[in-house]
Ligand binder design. Structure first.
Ligand SMILES: Nc1ncnc2c1ncn2[C@@H]1O[C@H](COP(=O)(O)OP(=O)(O)OP(=O)(O)O)[C@@H](O)[C@H]1O
Length: 808
């Protein structure tokens, strides 16, 4: 344990811990540091309410994922939390007291009363004994659980040296140049990562071996998490090895001075889901190395997170809001930053978006201003100065994103180099440059920009469907029913749109999961889990899911509404075509959005996009279904609104102890009843009609019953149809010999959107600029015609008026 760090006993009570640590030399020094002034109340009990972030709670506008703090069950998501040591339970104390009370009472009674009392006492004693047994059992169980948890957090699996030796498999030779620690290589082999991705190849040598700061930009899904994660683990492992050697040489006890218990890496991500994902990803690599990684995000109780930090993990991954809440509350593990060796901003450009950087700025202000030299080593660290020397290499800052280069002319600045940029750092962190500089990024930082001019993932095929706003539902349903293979995310910009389409799709029998910022954290994680577990699942999400989420097998991304910025478009689309797989994105574009789409394309230096191939003969049937679904939705919505209104009235009347007279007259009551009945019958009829339509595959308009159409039919059913058809055709040949009455399966293969796009070929490629210009031309002509019409109309009216005046 590091010098000055509290022992387990010291940490048993939060209050005691705070009190003691406040008087400890570390904190006294901490209080005197200039950056401590950024803490509310002098780094003490600031409320740290995260107001800048809570401003976005419940917004129906663009979402960013800085959310309300709700309760989630950590154990469900693999977050190991050491339990707080509790004092003797109040219940046990109480029963003891009751027993004493009874003994005293019995002395005041007569014989009978005494016998009765004795009997009662015996009964109670028996009960007490039973309770004791139960308590004992519970205690044992609890102890066992605590032991298990402590084991999880403190006693990470022992390193199997024998296994470590067998890592230089020829299959993984591509990793050799990176000279990674055998324990890291062991995990790489276990995960089957044959070679480093380009960003990893570029970052690891610079960051891990040359100790550079890094600004990294590479396409979505290109393995950026490991590009900054591997150098962190590598350096921590190297340091551990070096310190062990030095101590062994000096004949010191390794365990005594082992550099455990201080925060070494702080990784900040913009969303909770991303923080949990990064934690899981790093944990995979860290567990063999016995390095602890802990997520600190909103949605968990603060106390539980403080307990999580009591295990003193080396790496913390968190969102700015919760991190700052704990830091400003003086959470010792998060404010003792003297040994912080890595500060990482993942999805950095998201952090500087308006209003999202207040907490981040406060966190950055907490970082030690300069990376202290050995001479500045505090007195308390001198006892293990050898370790301190090893640890006290300069702090490295990593700033990563897929879209850094998209932010205003940053690409040029990247090329010029940070050093020559003269931007002032006195203002807010409103650019990546100021953010990086303020975080302590050194002038010789390695700038690794692997994004191509289009920024979008290499294997992503993009397409669009141009339609009226009101027809977007129909086109989405078309995609889902004809090409609903593989996982798909449908992105909306507003929660209102998300609710609308998820309800329509559910009525149409398509099960979808939803994800937006107004959902409870538990529900959000469950939605992601279910989606991850379903091979052909559909997730309807807002932009809270746009960044970082890494779920294998997402084949299609649909932009139901266009995002407000090119960056968000890139991140949304980047949920597919990840880690060397391909994928496709489909943007549904209404006529109002064409110019926005054209300007999006310009940001990616794209001239042409492919029009997603549509078979219009399916549209009449789709519209029929959709019309029924909309009517059903409308009636159900009215019904539930009425019910909610009614129960609101009833609740309030009940509170005021009033009888609510629902109707003014008997006639009104009867009419209302009739109306309800009619509406309920209509609803049943509509539901039945829709059920009938849904019970058969989607049919094109030219459908002939002689043919068994397979559109919208699952591959399995398709196969069965083909078998029947084959059988029938053989029978037909045998009986008539002319092949008449043959059953033919014409079914459109249920191909996934990417395949449909490829099958369509290049004819569907459209010059987006040309289309936008054409549309602009049409609209201008329309406006001109309208103006001309109005002019003629006014002219005629004036003439009529004149004539009437002359007549008078
Ligand atoms: N060397 C590798 N070989 C194969 N797969 C890898 C390799 N490195 C990482 N991956 C996998 O690639 C996927 C994407 O990685 P990661 O999430 O780090 O991408 P990213 O660049 O951060 O994406 P985004 O910009 O969307 O956040 C993950 O599933 C990860 O396990």
């Amino acid at each position: 344990m590091a010098d000055g760090a509290p022992t387990r006993a010291q940490r048993s009570s939060k209050k005691t811990k705070r009190k003691r640590s406040r008087h400890g030399p570390e904190i006294e020094r901490f209080d005197s540091l200039p950056w401590a002034r950024s803490l509310p109340g002098g780094g003490g009990d600031g409320d740290g309410d995260g107001s800048a972030f809570s401003l976005f709670i419940g917004s129906n506008e663009l979402e960013g994922g800085f959310l309300s703090l709700e309760e989630i069950d950590e154990s469900e998501y693999g977050l190991d939390i050491p339990k707080a040591v509790k004092q003797e339970s109040g219940k046990a104390k109480k029963s003891k007291k009751n027993k004493d009370g009874n003994v005293r009472d019995s002395a005041d009674h007569g014989v009978e009363a005494e016998i009765a009392s004795n009997l009662e006492e015996e009964e109670e004693e028996e009960q007490q004994q039973q309770e004791n047994v139960m308590t004992e059992r519970k205690k044992k169980k609890k102890k066992k659980k605590q032991k298990k948890e402590t084991k999880k957090v403190d006693e990470l699996p022992a390193v199997d040296d024998a296994e470590v030796d067998h890592v230089d498999d020829a299959e993984f030779y591509a990793w050799n140049d990176l000279r990674l620690h055998p324990l890291i290589m062991k995990t790489i082999q276990r995960l089957g990562f044959k070679e480093p991705t380009p960003i990893q190849k570029a970052c690891v040598p610079a960051a891990a071996h040359r100790g550079k700061d890094v600004i990294g930009a590479a396409e979505t899904g290109s393995g950026k998490t490991l590009a900054f994660g591997l150098p962190i683990l590598q350096r921590l492992l190297e340091e551990r090895e070096k310190s062990t050697t030095v101590l062994e040489e000096k004949g010191e006890e390794v365990e005594k001075y082992a550099p455990k218990g201080v925060l070494r890496a702080l990784i900040i991500t913009p969303t909770r889901e991303l923080a949990l994902q990064v934690t899981d990803h790093l944990k995979e690599f860290a567990k063999d190395a016995r390095i602890r990684v802990v997520p600190i995000v909103g949605g968990m109780s603060t106390e539980k997170q403080e307990r999580l930090l009591e295990a003193r993990p080396e790496i913390v991954v968190g969102t700015p809001g919760r991190l700052w809440e704990l830091m400003s509350g003086g959470e010792i593990h998060l404010v003792e930053l003297h040994s912080l060796s890595f500060f990482v901003l993942d999805e950095a450009d998201r952090m500087i978006e308006d209003g999202h950087f207040r907490e981040l700025q406060s966190i950055i202000d907490m970082l030690p201003i300069t990376n202290s030299s050995v001479e500045e080593t505090p007195q308390s660290m001198q006892s293990c100065v050898t370790i301190a020397n090893i640890q006290r290499k300069k702090r490295q800052t990593f700033v990563f994103s897929a879209t850094i280069a998209l932010s205003a002319d940053f690409r040029k600045k990247l090329k010029r180099g940070i050093a020559r940029s003269k931007q002032s750092t006195s203002g807010g962190l409103n650019s990546i440059e100021t953010l990086s500089e303020r975080a302590g990024m050194r002038e010789d930082a390695a700038i690794i920009d692997l994004t191509n001019s289009s920024i979008l993932a290499n294997k992503l095929e993009e397409s669009f469907i141009e339609c009226m706003e009101k027809d977007k539902d129909a086109h989405l349903y078309y995609i889902l029913s004809l090409h609903g293979l593989g996982r798909m995310i449908v992105f909306c910009t507003s929660i209102a749109a998300l609710r609308h389409i998820s309800s329509i799709l559910r009525i149409l029998g398509i099960h979808v999961w939803t994800l937006h910022a107004q959902m409870q954290q538990r529900a959000r994680l469950k939605a992601i889990d279910h989606f991850r577990g379903s091979e052909h699942g559909v997730l309807v999400a807002t932009d809270v899911a746009a960044r970082g989420i890494d779920i294998p097998g997402i084949r299609t991304v649909v932009h139901y509404q266009l995002p407000h910025s090119a960056e968000v478009y890139v991140h949304r689309s980047g949920r597919t075509a990840r880690a060397s797989s391909d994928g496709c994105s489909i943007a549904l574009i209404s006529s109002d959005e064409t110019s926005k789409f054209a300007s999006l394309c310009r940001s990616f230096s794209k001239d042409s996009f492919q029009r997603f191939p549509l078979e219009n003969s399916y549209m009449p049937e789709i519209m029929k279904r959709l019309s029924l679904a909309r009517q059903i939705g409308e009636i159900s919505r009215k019904d539930s609104q009425e019910k909610a209104q009614k129960s609101w009235l009833e609740r309030n009347a009940e509170a005021l102890q009033l009888d609510v007279e629902k109707y003014d007259s008997e006639e009104e009551r009867v009419n209302a009843h009739k109306k309800r009945k009619v509406s309920s019958n209509k609803l049943k009829q509509l539901q039945q009609d829709l059920k009938n339509l849904l019970s058969r595959p989607l049919q094109p308009k030219t459908f002939s019953h002689r043919f068994l159409a397979g559109a919208g039919v699952s591959p399995l059913l398709q196969h069965q149809f083909e078998q029947i058809a084959k059988q029938k055709s053989e029978e037909g040949m045998q009986s008539s010999g002319n092949g008449k009455g043959k059953l033919v399966v014409i079914g459109q293969d249920c191909v996934e959107p990417l395949q449909a796009l490829r099958n369509a070929g290049d004819e569907t490629r459209v010059d987006v600029k040309e289309t936008a210009d054409k549309r602009k031309g049409i609209e201008t002509r329309k406006r001109e015609r309208k103006a001309e019409k109005k002019r003629l109309h006014d002219q005629r009216r004036k003439q009529r008026k004149k004539l009437r005046g002359n007549g008078d």
